[in-house]
Design a protein around this ligand. Sequence first.
Ligand code: PHE
Length: 448
Amino acid sequence: MAVSPSERGMWNSKLGFVLAAAGSAVGLGNIWRFPSEVAENGGAVFVLIYLACCFLIGYPVMVAELTIGRKTRRNPYGAFRALSSNPIYGLIGLWGILCGVGILAFYNVVAGWTFSSMFSEIFLAAGNTELAEYFANTGDGTKNAIFSAVFMVVTVFVVAGGVSAGIEKVAKTLMPVLVVMLLVLIGVVITREGAGTGLAEYLKPDFSELSVGLIFQAMGQAFFSLSLGMGALITYGSYLQSRQDIPEAAVYVTFADVGIAFIAGLLIIPSMYVAQNVGIEIFDEGGALIASDTLVFNVLPALFHTMGGLGVFFGVSFFLLLTFAALTSTISLLEVPTAFLVDETKLNRKTSAAVMGAIILVISIVTSYDLSWIGRLNLIFSDIGLPLGGLLISLFLVYVWRTSNALKEIDNGSDSSLFIQVWPALVQYVAPLLIAIVLGTTLYNVFA
Ligand code: PHE
């Protein structure tokens, strides 16, 4: 089904695109997952490997996705169909869309937690401990389902509003607010007692922690955090104006994402040690740092509650910040399957967004009641699914569409000779090889 570019939508400005793509990238991955993985994986070594993955693997794949998107002006499925006469390659796009559905299904539940935790902080400040406990309880299936439904409705609403009037507008408003809030919160925490120990843990690498498992996690985190491997950036690239500088835009988006993850670590890891200083348990029975959902949803609130009036401000702002970050990401996750329906069926944007939102919400509701699904969906669709998708996307670009054709498309708007010297080697050899080795070894370890 041929849909004209004007019907599909387009970004209004370069800044708008960069903020929307950065909004997709910056999310729970940066503020919830990244610091937890750092805490779980020996601090600074993880940070270093993560940075290497972002620049050596993430950046080249991001340019590949944006270029495929702008060239074809299609959703991931349509894009691979347009660039090759062999329909089999459409499967790469379909896999990406499926990953989007699978990730949004659990992401939405965690996003709901951030939103309900904000209410918990408000009720606590108002002295209603009963309601505060209700909203803070991540184990209450019905509460989880309600909040994940609320989150989905807001997401559908924005996506239905269109590319520039919906997605771009929301990103332009929320992204600057998010950065300011993050910086203010760091300012509050970093001067407290204990923060220095946390900073050292975060910034001093201990190379004895290095393992294939750690590299696999860092690579998965890089894909997840940069929103790569499932065609979110093929889709966002398909709304780019034709003469925009793709390599440069990708640099901005990568730095924004990596920068915010790093800064979020500066907030959260020191916060844990400040918490320890006031008597909150931050190590589990095995002596490891408490991580994942417990860290952000239990340890940090416990810390806020020791801070008096400042704690209320801190708690509400922190969860509002997470909510904003999550929203600009759920928008991009829903945009991928929505664009698929818009391009490939007769449904219009509003109906497509609503239909996809409803389907995904059903899986979110199941997940709300049985949280073990978060781990399963995350393993299949993000930890394995995204690097696999990234591998297939780069192999497709290099061997089917050809790097020279991609460079011709990139040439519209970009004249960087450094890029032309470096990117082809990264996308042809470095990225696919590294992904294949890390993914292959891990799968071997899991199944052998
Ligand atoms: N990058 C988002 C985050 O860090 C999650 C995401 C993954 C969004 C894949 C879109 C696609 O939270």
